[in-house]
Design a protein around this ligand. Structure first.
Ligand code: ATP
Ligand code: MG
Length: 353
């Protein structure tokens, strides 16, 4: 564009419990927060990552964008869960043309779906004289069509469809500028999915999406104590007087059961990762947590002691300038964990300018 400033593309995170949207401007090393929106979705509109109620999801997207004056008509969004397959594969050294020609054939054995049903993307992460390391990401087409449809119905255009776990990594890299040797685990605990990404510097070593999240804590309260969804959510969030004559003692063991399962799944991920690497020098320094599910009181401390690793809350606005006259700092710090993926997507949106 010759005249005028080109607008950034907004980051839109369609979660299973809520929609988050973030608009940034500036350059990647000097970003400003322009807009931010967060709105809950009605229950059961997104199930197992699939948008079941296209109209109600698109309506929420439309409202949240209108209420927060999102200027861009284009968005960067993302998918996660079962339909997304991410693998680091090592291939013999080859030219980019040879790789382009043979990638489907190489990727096929790593993807549990028919290749004609998926959209495949890849990226060379490292190479030497003998080998080429390639990160492949595949997603079921029906899942991509599903999210595209919901966004288009809202009047926006999905320009890029990324993966939650890489958006999270983008958010981490820009905000933390890690040393190339630093190994951390990014852990995003959503409502229905937990994204785990073991990152060394700016390289992803291993990722796994686990279908466990904050809603498991709510479910167990509903099932074991007969609460409604709203009551269970309120009790979980520690809202006073959420339920009459609440038996506090009954709650703790139920929450502990779920925390134990969450910790076990993370431990399993570390074990899977160790089984795939020959480099036993790599040790995770700490876990950076995000996602609404990470806000459960005591969860970070509990995971830290169970996994014997420091657990810190990821700050998605660490390097982003925020005008406190426009954005209430208390509100921002309250919703900070939920915004990590959307910020990562918005950063991608700035890069597209
Ligand atoms: N204060 C809190 N205490 C405990 N849990 C909370 C709190 N606030 C939000 N949550 C939980 O966080 C979860 C929502 O988090 P988030 O917005 O990151 O998920 P999502 O992006 O909608 O879902 P997903 O990524 O799994 O599709 C819900 O399970 C909600 O109950
Ligand atoms: Mg999410």
């Amino acid at each position: 564009m010759l005249f005028g400033k080109k607008k950034s593309v907004a980051g839109l995170d369609v979660g299973s419990s809520s929609i988050k949207v973030v608009e940034l401007d500036g350059k990647v090393n000097s970003l400003n927060l322009v807009s931010l929106g967060f709105e809950n979705l009605p229950d059961d509109t997104v199930v197992d990552g699939q948008i079941m109620e296209l109209n109600s999801v698109s309506e929420v997207i439309q409202n949240v964008c209108k209420d927060h004056q999102i200027k861009s008509n284009q968005v960067v969004t993302s998918v996660s869960g079962h339909s997304v397959i991410i693998k680091n594969i090592i291939l013999p050294q080859m030219s980019r043309e040879e790789l382009e020609e043979s990638i489907d054939w190489h990727a096929e054995e790593h993807i549990p779906y028919d290749l004609s049903d998926v959209s495949l993307d890849y990226h060379v992460t490292d190479e030497d004289e003998e080998s080429t390391q390639v990160l492949i990401a595949a997603c079921k087409r029906e899942r991509l069509d599903n999210i595209k449809q919901a966004i288009q119905l809202s009047g926006k255009q999905p320009m890029v469809i990324d993966v939650d776990t890489f958006a999270l990594q983008n958010c981490y890299e820009v905000n933390y500028q890690p040393d190339e040797s630093q190994v951390v685990t990014l852990l995003n605990i959503g409502a229905s999915t937990m994204n785990v990404n073991i990152v060394k510097g700016s390289n992803s070593l291993f990722t796994r999406d686990i279908t466990v999240g904050g809603s498991q804590f709510t479910d167990i309260l509903q099932r074991s104590l007969g609460f409604s969804f709203q009551q269970a959510e309120a009790v979980k969030r520690g809202v006073a007087d959420a339920v009459e004559d609440l038996d506090e003692k009954a709650i703790e063991p139920l929450m502990n059961n779920v925390t134990e399962m969450v910790a076990m799944e993370i431990q399993k991920t570390f074990d899977f990762y160790r089984a795939t690497t020959e480099d036993d020098e790599i040790a995770v320094e700490k876990i950076l947590i995000s996602g609404g599910g990470s806000k459960l009181v005591g969860l970070a401390e509990d995971l830290s002691s169970r996994l014997e690793l420091p657990v810190e809350v990821l700050d998605p606005f660490r390097q982003i300038k925020v005008d406190t006259r426009k954005f209430d700092p208390d509100y921002l710090s309250e919703i900070m964990p939920e915004m990590a993926v959307a910020v990562g997507l918005a950063i991608r949106g700035v890069e597209l300018k």
